[in-house]
Design a protein around this ligand. Structure first.
Ligand SMILES: NC(=O)c1ccc[n+]([C@@H]2O[C@H](COP(=O)([O-])OP(=O)(O)OC[C@H]3O[C@@H](n4cnc5c(N)ncnc54)[C@H](OP(=O)(O)O)[C@@H]3O)[C@@H](O)[C@H]2O)c1
Length: 329
């Protein structure tokens, strides 16, 4: 297994190295790739130092798998070059997610769709992954009609520059801005860029990606995505209207039995998911499970997950593990 990590020096890249080691992913040769400015820089993996290389050198090495976490424009330009060299690309950016001939994969839900011919595979948006992990098993039984989601997203979701902005603001230091306003002691109803319809791109990812992952356009999702000054872990307040009536105990049972989901839900003991608990964990945490008393067949819940893990690195590595286990690369 020759594995390339494109964007190895970034926030997702760093967690990628950690998760590869934890899960003991089989690697014979590792290529760590970043932009021109990082070529020659040394990174450590499994006690060994690796020199960062550029994209052209990595393509020429013809890796079996390349996991991209280096932004949309790098993916648009380079993923096809890797694919043409026979490499299977797993891409963390939004570049390919909604392309009809590219699969959008959350392994617990739809990895079975993958074949040897899938040379560019898309990893969904971080806030989408945790949402569909909880919605998929409930949809199967009760059939969703409409989902309203409000997100509370951490600065790590934007990358290193945003984390630096928040740290500077907390220390009272002037520095480069990742956001149009201060994030420390603030909340920005603005994740990613605005589209013509007045929604942000992040909100439209939440609206579109779940339908593709669940292969069902009979339900709809509307979203408000908000950036808050937490360091890691995205939270979501989710209101789901189902076609069928449900039993709350059954909803809890289904979520409890779903691999990758942990139910944390006990108002008596103040037990509910929070970013500080989800931090550095692979699971998706669900709590505050309750009936919406204003509308029939409708549920409210609160979902939290580490955006750099299940929202990015872990999901991508699970895809790579699936490809290896099924002999697809
Ligand atoms: N943060 C999250 O929670 C999250 C979740 C899901 C998906 N993603 C996606 O993952 C990607 C990376 O996010 P991040 O948060 O890790 O960002 P980041 O901390 O800003 O890191 C960006 C990485 O991309 C590399 N890069 C940038 N331009 C490049 C180029 N032209 N050629 C080669 N490498 C280049 C950087 O290399 P240098 O160090 O050399 O600049 C760095 O390694 C983005 O596409 C993002 O949308 C992020």
């Amino acid at each position: 297994m020759k594995l390339a990590l494109v964007g190895a020096t970034g926030m997702v890249g760093e967690v990628m190295l950690k998760v590869l080691k934890e899960r003991n992913f089989p690697i014979d040769e590792l290529l760590l790739v970043a932009s021109e400015k990082s070529i020659g820089k040394k990174l450590e993996f499994n006690g060994k130092k690796y020199e960062v290389i550029g994209l052209a050198e990595a393509v020429a090495a013809k890796p079996n798998i390349a996991i991209f976490s280096a932004g949309g424009s790098t993916s648009l330009e380079w993923a096809p070059k890797f694919a043409a060299a026979g490499t299977t690309v797993i891409d963390n950016s939004s570049a390919w997610r909604m392309e009809a001939d590219k699969k959008l994969i959350v392994p617990e839900i739809n990895a079975h769709l993958l074949t040897k011919d899938d040379k560019i595979i898309a990893n969904p948006n971080c806030s989408t992954i945790q949402l569909v992990m909880a919605l998929a098993p409930l949809h199967k039984k009760y059939k969703m009609k409409r989902v309203v989601v409000s997100t509370y997203q951490s600065v790590s979701g934007t990358g290193l520059k945003a984390v630096q902005q928040m740290e500077n603001e907390m220390a009272g230091v002037k520095g480069e801005m990742a956001y149009p306003y201060q994030i420390h002691k603030n909340a920005l109803p603005h994740c990613d860029v605005f589209e013509d319809n007045g929604y942000t791109k992040e909100e439209m990812k939440l609206a579109r990606e779940p339908q593709k992952i669940l292969d069902d356009s009979s339900f709809s999702v509307t979203a408000t995505a908000v950036r808050i000054p937490t360091a890691g872990g995205h939270s979501e307040a989710v209101n789901v209207q189902f076609e069928r009536d449900f039993d709350l105990a059954d909803i809890r049972r289904i979520l409890h039995e779903t691999p990758g989901i942990v139910v944390q839900d006990n108002p008596q003991t103040n037990t509910y998911p929070m970013p500080i608990y989800a931090n550095d964990k692979d699971d998706v945490f669900v709590g505050r499970i309750r009936r919406d008393e204003t509308q029939q067949n409708t549920l409210n819940m609160w979902i939290v997950s580490d955006n750099l893990r299940k929202g990015a690195a872990t999901n991508a590595i699970q895809i790579a593990e699936y490809l290896v286990s099924k002999d697809l690369v």
